[in-house]
Write a protein of this length. Structure first.
Lengths: 188, 138
């Protein structure tokens, strides 16, 4: 059983073994958040290491105002965003006001059908969404954070989070609908 | 109308009210696709976390801590040396004023050599800390 307070206290008393337990507990969360934003696997690993080094360095300033997972997810999100700001061309991946005009890859669903994997297709679509949509969908559905927690992590207003969630899901549903229809036709 | 339906379905699936009568007016295909989408969104995508990631992170922190400890130790050593020289000079001055003045004059004569040596020592330590910092490959 992972006792957050005890682990924090031990880490603050310079117990590296306790920090290793903390890393094991939250490595999946950090990899999910960073991995959704940064597509290069090598960079994702480096950023995840950097996130935990920051967590270790700043754990003393954690004020227990939120869950530790929220605090760590926020560090992961900000570190990944800073990385993107530093290494990608300006203007790239900005949120389009008109999401209906979002252009997915031309890969026709049939070609993906060969994989016979709906989940892989949806994940491929998610990777093509703007980063704000990707992160909100990941935090809400995969990591099961509440709207308030996502607001704490991303500093987006709750209304914006809800709007990104709705529009992102609607877009994915429309593409998935076409995909499933093609799958059904192929079976028949 | 369609937009409203989408909103309604998403909200009801979120709240797990799929059997809600309100949904009966909506397209059953939409409901089904949304249901499937929500399931997929909740599934963990394949994730490759490097073997012993936590061990490597703690090893990196441990190396950083050791280096920070080294720097603190060298600074402490420098402080002790300076204090030792200072106290030694004061004692010498009390014991033999003239000799201490001669010694100070010699020191001042070669002050650039001492200062350059000290500066070089700091540069070597700094480069050792920055350039030779080990990177841990995963």
């Amino acid at each position: 059983m992972f006792d957050e307070n005890e682990i924090i206290s031990r880490v603050l008393h310079k117990d590296l073994r306790a920090f290793e337990i903390l890393v094991k507990q939250y490595e999946r969360l950090v990899f999910h958040v960073v991995g959704r934003l940064v597509h290069n696997y090598g960079d994702t690993q480096d950023i995840c290491q950097e996130v935990f080094i920051k967590v270790h360095k700043n754990l003393g300033s954690f004020e227990f105002k939120s869950k530790l997972s929220t605090w760590i997810a926020k560090i992961a999100y900000l570190t990944a965003i800073n990385y993107l700001k530093k290494y990608r061309n300006s203007g790239e991946d900005e949120v389009s006001e008109d999401m209906d005009k979002l252009h997915f890859t031309n890969e026709h669903p049939e070609s993906v059908l060969e994989k016979k994997d709906t989940a892989a297709y949806v994940n491929m679509l998610i990777d093509q969404l703007p980063e704000q949509y990707r992160i909100v969908l990941t935090l809400y559905h995969l990591n099961e954070f509440s709207y308030q927690e996502i607001e704490d992590i991303t500093e987006m207003p709750e209304g914006t989070i809800k709007s990104y969630l709705f529009r992102g899901r609607k877009l994915l549903k429309e593409k998935l609908e076409v995909y499933l229809k093609s799958e059904w036709h192929e079976r028949v | 109308m369609k937009e409203f339906d989408d909103q309604k379905i998403q909200k009801l699936i979120e709240e797990q009210f799929m059997g809600e009568p309100m949904l009966s007016s909506t397209d059953p295909k939409d409901k089904e696709v949304y249901k499937q989408l929500f399931e997929i969104l909740g599934e963990e995508p394949s994730l490759t976390i490097p073997l012993d990631f936590s061990g490597k992170v703690t090893a990196r922190i441990s190396v950083r801590q050791a280096r920070a400890g080294d720097v603190r130790f060298y600074l402490f050593l420098l402080l002790i040396c300076l204090l030792g020289f200072g106290i030694g000079f004061i004692l010498l001055r009390l014991a033999d004023r003239e000799f201490s003045m001669q010694l100070a004059a010699v020191f001042m004569q070669y002050k650039f050599i001492w200062l350059s040596g000290l500066f070089l020592l700091f540069i070597v330590q700094y480069l050792d800390f920055t350039i030779k910092r080990p990177t841990i490959k995963i």
